[in-house]
Ligand binder design. Structure first.
Ligand code: GLN
Length: 297
């Protein structure tokens, strides 16, 4: 009797996508493609170029293990250990929040105001990233602004290990000084940063249960939860940031859906800012709040 015909790439993709769809896994087709490419050590494009290629039993076994993890809701980025952000490949682990596409708006918002300043060779410009996580934001910025130095802090040592490795892989380790700290603890006021950027935890306690299980069961709650109204960390940052910025330095904060007006108010209360602005993401959600420190606070 003839041996059963081995599965080909195209057949397996169809099978896995249907299986994920059946089981209510989000992004079924994309999940199938990324996981099969990972199991085979190929790119997603290669899967199409080699769609008729049969899988060896070892490859099939490898893929099945990944499919089962995804079936349990584990995010694809944790299964593969990678996520693309700002067209760069970032390492991720369960110690860090998976970089989100909308966080690219935060990077853009900072670049918009710093690019011109950074071209003047004399301005000694340093930036601060508070709650760096995987390092995605500060690494994207360091690559775009080669003349600029950054300090990046996070409370999680495990997150900093991931961020340092990402900085090394993207060859900006010399531009970023990482250290473990809670917000501004460990930094002297008057340091005179030219920019403070932060994607802090901002999910309100009451919204936790409504987050997709994929997020709730796998991503670090410490990187997501921001207390009763979600603004615990942003509130602290808004109050302290003026003391760490030089005059005309910038602050840019990522915020959750509907939080922008409250965050604008928090900044306005201090009387230290002008040019307050909110910037929408691709879905039209006001995603970033940006402001410039006044000359004399
Ligand atoms: N945008 C994230 C989410 O998907 C929240 C990130 C954050 O709290 N900084 O829930």
């Amino acid at each position: 009797m003839a041996a059963p015909k081995p599965w080909t790439i195209v057949e397996l993709l169809r099978w896995a996508a249907d299986y994920f769809r059946d089981k209510g896994v989000s992004e079924p087709r994309a999940s199938a493609e990324v996981l099969l490419a990972n199991a085979l050590g190929l790119s997603r494009l290669d899967l199409y170029l080699r769609h008729d290629q049969p899988l060896t039993p070892e490859e099939l076994a490898r893929f099945k293990t990944l499919v089962l993890r995804r079936r349990q809701g584990e995010p694809v980025a944790y299964i593969t250990g990678h996520r693309e952000f700002w067209s760069l490949d970032f390492l991720v682990s369960p110690a860090v929040l998976i970089p989100r596409p909308e966080t690219e708006i935060l990077v853009q918002a900072v670049l918009e105001v710093l690019k011109t300043e950074n071209r003047k060779p004399k301005t000694e410009n340093r930036g601060l990233d508070v709650g760096t996580g995987s390092g995605a934001v500060v690494i994207a910025l360091a690559r775009e602004l080669p003349g600029m130095q950054w300090v990046a802090v996070d409370v999680s040592r495990a997150a900093l290990d991931v961020a340092r490795e990402n900085a090394r892989r993207h060859r900006v380790a010399q531009q970023i000084h990482f250290f473990q700290a809670d917000l501004f603890a460990g930094l002297k006021p008057g340091f005179g940063f030219g920019a403070i950027v932060a994607n802090l935890p901002y999910v309100p306690r009451g919204e936790w249960e409504q987050l997709p299980r994929e997020i709730r069961s796998f991503e670090p709650p410490g990187a997501l939860l921001g207390g009763e109204d979600g603004l615990d960390f942003i509130r602290l940052l808004a109050r302290q940031a003026p003391h760490y910025l030089r005059p005309r330095g910038w602050v840019a904060l990522e915020v959750g859906a509907g939080q922008a007006p409250a965050v604008m108010e928090l900044l306005e209360e201090t009387g230290a800012w002008h040019c307050l602005e909110t910037i929408p993401d691709y879905q039209g959600i006001q995603r970033v709040v940006r402001a410039q420190r006044l000359d004399a606070p």
